[in-house]
Each structure stands twice: as structure tokens, then as C-alpha cells.
Design a protein around this ligand. Structure first.
Ligand SMILES: Nc1ncnc2c1ncn2[C@@H]1O[C@H](COP(=O)(O)OP(=O)(O)OP(=O)(O)O)[C@@H](O)[C@H]1O
Ligand SMILES: [Mg+2]
Length: 245
């Protein structure tokens, strides 16, 4: 693919669970260096859309291409760094550092040496301001601590696209500011794209973000203000989401 081509191209996406339509008629593109913030009330389909785009839930209809490859043939999942809304349950007892290492191993071509994996994972934890958690059991961390560890896991593989589902939920103001700086810096340094789902006004106000809003009505994706603009007329669903917080 050429440099100018979008990293993500999704057309007319529909996600349904046993006949219950969660997302319908959504089209969205994401370019290198771009930040999309996806808002919308509870149950409007934000998580379902994100999962549908990544192939974690089946699409009922529509087309998704990553890096020019149709989702069905896309095999470079390591280029996508994903942090889900709810931390997956760790069945094996693992330390925070071991969880981050899983992200580093996702790119075996680059980091096949164990020591290198460990040092990459440690640096990522340090960048998260969470180095002190390295030897703690992941399952015993607080919600906010887990969020930081999972973000370190997503970033250690140096993905081209970072997909974060409500990344700031449960974080205190200081940690949140640190996390937003970290993500923004990562995006700029790696010329990566960010796709974040949120209810958090701090993210909706990110100056470089393109804000999209899923309405509670099925299948309506509304474009919000252009990057740099504040929540003005024309983004009613975004405003509603902000008021919900
Ligand atoms: N696994 C599932 N099985 C059946 N229905 C589901 C499933 N996951 C989500 N839904 C339904 O799909 C709709 C959209 O849910 P989704 O989790 O995508 O919303 P959301 O916008 O992410 O909400 P929130 O802001 O609360 O995270 C809801 O009506 C929900 O009940
Ligand atoms: Mg959700």
C-alpha cells in the first residue's frame, strides 16, 4: 500500500448479536498519524464497533480493510495494539511484567531473545510510570493499575494503530494526564494512528482528535467538529455523551 492510503477503511459495518443489532451503517477511515475519538451513550455500540473492526466479533455485513487487506485475509494483528474495556481474566497467575512481555512476543521476528523481551517490557512499564508493579501479580492489581499495564502491553509491540476502549476509566487525574501525554507522544513519534472510545471530556477535547459519535439510535455515525475545534453545533450526540459523564 502507498503511504497515503488509509490504515483502516470500513464501509457500512453492521454488528448484531443473535438478531439484536448493535451497530449498523457505520463507515469510517483512519489515516496514519490521525486520532479518532469515538463517543456515544452506553449501549450505543462503541465496543461492538471496535471489536467488529478487529474481527473479534463477526460482521453481519459491511467491509473492513486494514492496511489495504480485507479483514478476512488480514494476518498482521500485531500491527494493532488493543486495550479492551474490561481486562481479560488471566487464567495463569502472571506478574505485571509477564503480561507486558506477551505484547513484546507478538513480534517474534524482532524480539526473539528473552532478555531483549524483558528489557523492552520493563522500559514500557517504566514509561507507564508503573515499574514498581513489575513483580506484582497482575490479578491483584487495582483497575487503574491494570489499565496502565495493559497499555504498556499494547505499546511494547510498537503497533501502527492503537485501539483503546475507554482507556481513562478509573484513573485519577494525574495518572490520566500522564497516560494521555504518553499516548499522544507515541502517536507522534511512531506516526501511528489512535482510535479511542470514551465518555471522558478530556479525550473529547484533545486538540488533534477527530470526534465521532455513535447515536443511541441504531446505525447513525455523526461527524463531530474538525480537529482543533471544540464541541460546537453539529455534534449533538457528542454533547449528550459529555453530559452523561
Ligand atoms: N456479547 C453480547 N451479546 C449480546 N448483546 C451484546 C453483546 N455485547 C454487547 N451487546 C449489546 O450490544 C449493544 C451495544 O453494546 P456495546 O457494548 O457495544 O455498547 P457501548 O457503546 O460500548 O456501551 P458502554 O458505553 O456501556 O461501554 C448493547 O445493547 C448490548 O447489550
Ligand atoms: Mg463499551
Amino acid at each position: 500500500m502507498s503511504l497515503g492510503e488509509p490504515l483502516l477503511e470500513a464501509t457500512d459495518v453492521r454488528v448484531a448479536y443473535q438478531g439484536h443489532v448493535a451497530v449498523e451503517g457505520v463507515s469510517v477511515t483512519l489515516a496514519r498519524g490521525e486520532t479518532i475519538v469515538l463517543a456515544g451513550p452506553n449501549g450505543s455500540g462503541k465496543t461492538s464497533l471496535l471489536k467488529g473492526l478487529m474481527g473479534l466479533v463477526p460482521l453481519q455485513s459491511g467491509q473492513v480493510k486494514w492496511f489495504g487487506q480485507p479483514l478476512e485475509r488480514f494476518r498482521e494483528q500485531r500491527r494493532l495494539g488493543y486495550v479492551p474495556q474490561q481486562a481479560p481474566i488471566q487464567r495463569a497467575p502472571m506478574t505485571a511484567l509477564e503480561v507486558v512481555e506477551l505484547g513484546a512476543r507478538a513480534d517474534p521476528g524482532k524480539w526473539f531473545e528473552r532478555r531483549h523481551v524483558r528489557s523492552k517490557a520493563l522500559s514500557a512499564l517504566e514509561r507507564a510510570g508503573a515499574a514498581r508493579l513489575a513483580t506484582r501479580p497482575f490479578g491483584k492489581l487495582s483497575g487503574g493499575q491494570r489499565q496502565l499495564v495493559l497499555l504498556a502491553k499494547a505499546l511494547v509491540g510498537e503497533p501502527d494503530v492503537l485501539l483503546l476502549d475507554e482507556p481513562t476509566t478509573g484513573l485519577d487525574a494525574l495518572v490520566k494526564r500522564h497516560l494521555l501525554e504518553w499516548i499522544s507522544e507515541y502517536g507522534i513519534r511512531n506516526h501511528a494512528a489512535l482510535f479511542m472510545v470514551t465518555h471522558d471530556p478530556a479525550l473529547l477535547d484533545l486538540p488533534q482528535a477527530r470526534v465521532l459519535a455513535l447515536k443511541p439510535r441504531i446505525g447513525n455515525l455523526t461527524s463531530g467538529p474538525e480537529p482543533g475545534e471544540r464541541l460546537a453545533a453539529g455534534a449533538p450526540a457528542v454533547k449528550a455523551a459529555v453530559q452523561d459523564v
